[in-house]
Design a protein around this ligand. Structure first.
Ligand code: IPD
Ligand code: CA
Length: 276
């Protein structure tokens, strides 16, 4: 299937900015109506309205594309190849957003199923930054091409997300091993923003033991275009199951794999990535 990636990229960058502005507006008006989906798992009016806006805009411009979003699910579940799917998290980092912390984002990816994401856009509305990547076209931040330096595992922080309602042991094992080699971690509260930060060379890597497609795919597209390495979320051809995610600056792939050994069921260790 021939897909116009350039057109979708321009569209997604503009849409992510518009969506981020809408979410900011809700918070500024203190009109969030926070509801619980589980322990420390909230949904707000801002999440719902922002996803609605994104769905409406995609529907107007690309009526034949499928949309999978965190809040409203799958608009047209289909199987097999041959259609573009937009995978959307209107606010990734809702817990931080509700807490008044500035670390959250709008995350938009495109997948030409069953392949990996060919487009990823992450908008950080608080930092006014748009991270964008289209397969083969490189990574940009606010429209400027970025060259990412090579960084080892102790040259910076490793992002670690901890999924709610999941087993603690994989996260604790990863952290114990990271501390043992002298590394430090941060939890940015938004997996998509942490992955964008790896792509930009600000974090040396990222691990989360259990992530959904809307938290992983845009960041994965950014990392591939930055020259870094990431697990392949679509490797098992399933958009709807949650999976462990590991991503690394090209100077940290082997070291991060050592820390994640046994925690990445289903993925195989890349050959010789660090020496390339
Ligand atoms: C969450 C964030 C968080 C990650 C959780 C996700 P949400 O997404 O990405 O960083 O650790 O696993 O559920 O709920 O804020 O969209
Ligand atoms: Ca979300």
């Amino acid at each position: 299937m021939i897909v116009d990636g350039v057109e979708r990229r321009v569209f997604a960058e503009e849409l992510a900015v518009e969506a981020g502005q809408l979410a900011l507006l809700y918070r500024a008006r203190e009109d969030l109506d926070v509801r619980s989906k589980g322990l420390l798992d909230w949904v707000t009016k801002a999440d719902l309205a922002t996803e609605k806006l994104i769905r409406r805009r995609i529907g107007e411009s690309f009526p034949h594309d499928r949309i999978l979003g965190e809040e409203e699910g799958d608009d047209a579940p289909r199987t097999g190849a041959g259609h573009v799917t937009w995978v959307v998290d209107p606010i990734d980092g809702t817990t931080w957003f509700v807490s008044g912390l500035p670390s959250w984002c709008v995350s938009i990816a495109c997948v030409d199923e069953p392949g990996p994401p060919f487009l990823g856009v992450v908008r950080d509305p608080e930092g006014a930054e748009t991270f964008s990547a289209l397969g083969g076209h490189g990574l940009t931040i606010n429209g400027c091409r970025v060259a990412v330096p090579r960084r080892g595992i102790t040259d910076g922080l490793v992002g670690v997300g901890h999924p709610r309602n999941a087993r603690h042991e994989p996260t604790l094992t990863f952290l114990r091993r990271l501390f043992a080699v002298g590394g430090l971690f941060c939890n940015s509260g938004s997996a998509a923003l942490a992955l964008a930060s790896v792509a930009a060379g600000r974090l040396v890597g990222f691990f989360e033991s259990d992530l959904r497609a809307w938290g992983a795919l845009a960041g994965e597209a950014l990392i591939r275009e930055s020259g870094g390495w990431s697990t392949d979320f679509m490797g098992d051809r399933s958009l709807t199951t949650s999976k462990p995610v590991l991503a690394a600056n090209r100077g940290s792939v082997a070291a991060l794999w050592d820390l994640a050994e046994g925690l990445l069921e289903g993925w195989s260790r890349p050959d010789r990535h660090d020496s390339q």
